[in-house]
Write a protein that binds this ligand. Structure first.
Ligand SMILES: NC(=O)c1ccc[n+]([C@@H]2O[C@H](COP(=O)([O-])OP(=O)(O)OC[C@H]3O[C@@H](n4cnc5c(N)ncnc54)[C@H](OP(=O)(O)O)[C@@H]3O)[C@@H](O)[C@H]2O)c1
Length: 333
């Protein structure tokens, strides 16, 4: 089978596509014929050895896949050949066939395409865990989402609305803000693309306050970091919750006096570790997300697809800040 491989640390240009042996299912495993692979920011990090996990090389990036069960190992119950399923291996997904533990696969609802299914779990899983379990977002509260047109950001916009919040979307271009407004955000603003000096940060904080209205944001969803973090923290309301989700713009430092002044909680979000520590909580969240999809409250927006041979270009497009919603690699015909 064909596989996209990282053989040395580096950017997407270092990835190669090669023939490797087909996997066979061990006891308790199924082999999935992969149809679609969701691309996520961690794919840009893992191939450069900058992620929390460092798989042994050669390895394939690709954290989440959707496909059809092609073969079933000994002792597998509840999953059958021909089932449409999602798997979230963390890496290893940019291949034509993938062996995973049968107990970890998630059935794909009939109405959901493979592309949507491959773009669902990491982003909505992360954002739902962040907003529901970590921030305990309530109906009527104001949620400010940074990077609101990216993968986890767009999911946070939709979930914020589904949870009854007033959502303010912030992003770096007019198209991105418009994209987030189309997802249901109540208000939006464009922030600068580049690094900001103190004066520019102060100005941005004023814009965040204007856009959030009243006394500022109850919850900030920060999947961007860098120079955007300080202005967002300054635009928070009393008892605010600041969600630390990711750092594509760099790892910021926050002045702790600001948290004291407004009784703000800074809350870390590590979805992958939370899933491993609380599989039941994760399963409950997945069931709730599937229900929201069935009710039309959430829908992954796949704006670009690439074939397996161009997976490096897909990862590059994401890393270059180009993605609107999700980028997906389509495998096979
Ligand atoms: N904590 C967790 O459990 C968890 C789980 C999944 C992902 N994450 C993290 O969440 C972050 C977003 O992931 P994603 O898959 O949603 O990525 P994505 O689709 O690429 O979105 C990232 C957004 O960050 C913004 N950005 C600002 N500066 C950037 C820069 N220099 N380069 C690239 N993007 C920049 C971009 O929006 P603008 O252009 O509008 O600024 C972009 O839309 C990543 O840091 C990822 O590692 C964390």
């Amino acid at each position: 089978m064909r596989a996209v491989l990282s053989k040395a640390p580096g950017g997407p240009e270092t990835l190669v596509v090669e023939d490797v042996l087909d996997p066979t299912p061990k006891a308790g495993e199924v082999v999935i014929e992969v149809k679609a692979v969701g691309i996520n920011y961690p794919d840009t990090l893992i191939i450069e050895d900058r992620y929390q996990f460092r798989p042994e090389r050669p390895f394939s990036p690709g954290a989440e896949v959707a496909g059809v069960v092609e073969a079933v190992g000994e002792g597998v119950k509840g999953v059958r050949k021909g089932d449409r399923v999602i798997a979230v291996p963390g890496w290893g997904g940019l291949v034509e066939r993938l062996a995973v533990k049968a107990e970890t696969v998630i059935p794909i609802p009939e109405a959901m395409s493979f592309e949507e299914a491959a773009a669902l779990i990491m982003t909505y899983g992360t954002s739902y865990y962040a907003l529901k379990d970590r921030a305990q977002l309530k109906a009527g509260e104001t949620l400010l989402v940074l990077g609101a047109a990216g993968g986890v950001g767009a999911a946070a916009v939709e979930l914020g609305k589904a949870m009854g919040a007033r959502v303010v979307a912030a992003a770096s271009t007019n198209d991105k803000v418009q994209f987030a407004l189309d997802l249901g955000a109540d208000n939006g603003l464009i922030y600068p693309t580049g690094p900001m000096d103190k004066a520019a940060q102060k100005e941005l904080s004023g814009e965040f306050k204007l856009a959030t209205g009243r006394d500022g944001a109850d919850v900030v969803y920060d999947a961007v970091g860098g120079d955007y973090a300080d202005p967002a923290l300054r635009a928070m309301d009393w008892n605010g919750r600041y969600l630390v989700v990711g750092f594509p713009a760099g790892i910021p430092s926050l002045p702790l006096n600001l948290t004291l002044l407004k009784s703000v909680s800074v809350i870390g979000v590590f979805w992958g570790a939370a899933v491993a520590r609380d599989p039941q909580g994760h399963a409950a969240n997945m069931a709730e997300l599937m229900q929201m999809y069935a009710d039309g409250k959430i829908k992954p927006r796949v704006s670009q697809t690439f074939p397996l041979e161009k997976a490096g270009a897909a990862i590059k497009a994401l890393g270059d800040r180009q993605a609107l919603g999700k980028i997906v690699v389509v495998v096979g015909d």
